[in-house]
Design a protein. Sequence first.
Length: 230
Amino acid sequence: TALPLSISLLVDTSGSTTKDLAYEKTSAEKFFRTLLGQGNPKDAAALYSFNQDVTQVRGFTRRTSQLSADLRTLRGDAGTSLYDAIRLASEAVGNRDGRHVIVVVTDGGDTTSKSRYADALEAAHLADAVIYPILVVPITNNAGRNTGGENALKQMAIDTGGRVFAPSVGAELDQAFTDILHDLRTQYVIGYYPHDLPKDAPRFHLVRVELKRPDLRPQTRTGYYGEASR
C-alpha cells in the first residue's frame, strides 16, 4: 500500500452483455467505493466502456460519485473491441506513479478491434500493467461461447501477473471484485537490474520467479520490455 494504485475498469457494453450489465454496474460501483474508501489516499480509478468503439468514460479520479453516475449511463450495443480497449487503457495508465492495474469485465472474445492480441499484450507490458479479466459467461457449455477469446484473456492475465475470474452474476461477481482488491493489497514489489545484455538480446526479456516453499505459488508477470532492447 506504500505505492498508489491506478486502476482502469473496462466494461464490455457490446450487445451480448445487455442482460447482465445491470449486475455488472452494481458490483463495479461497490468495487470503486471500497477501493477509494481505504488504502492509499493517492489511489485513483478510471472507467472505460467498449463495444465496437472504446470510450474513456472517466479519467483517473477519486470521486466515487462521478464514477457511480458514469456507470449508470452505460448501455449494451453492437460489437466488441476488447484488444483496442486494453491497448488504449494501457497507454493512458503507463506514465502514472505507482502500480498499474486493468480490470476487464466481459463475456468473451474480441470481434471488432483494429489491434491484435499481441498489440494489446505488448501495450500492457510496456505500461507495467497487471490485467484481471472477469469473464461473465452465463452459458455453462462450450456451445455458443467464444472459448478462444476466453483462453486469450486467461493467457493475458498469466503473462501480466494477474488472474482470471469466471463468476456468475450476483454475489459471485461481487466476490471477484473483492478478491482482486485483496490481491492488490497484499503484493510484494521485487526489482532488479540486468547487466551486460548482448546487443542481439530479444526485445522481451523473460522473467521467472521461484519460491523455496512448496506450499506457495508465485503469481508474477512473465517478463518485460527493457530499455536496452528499444
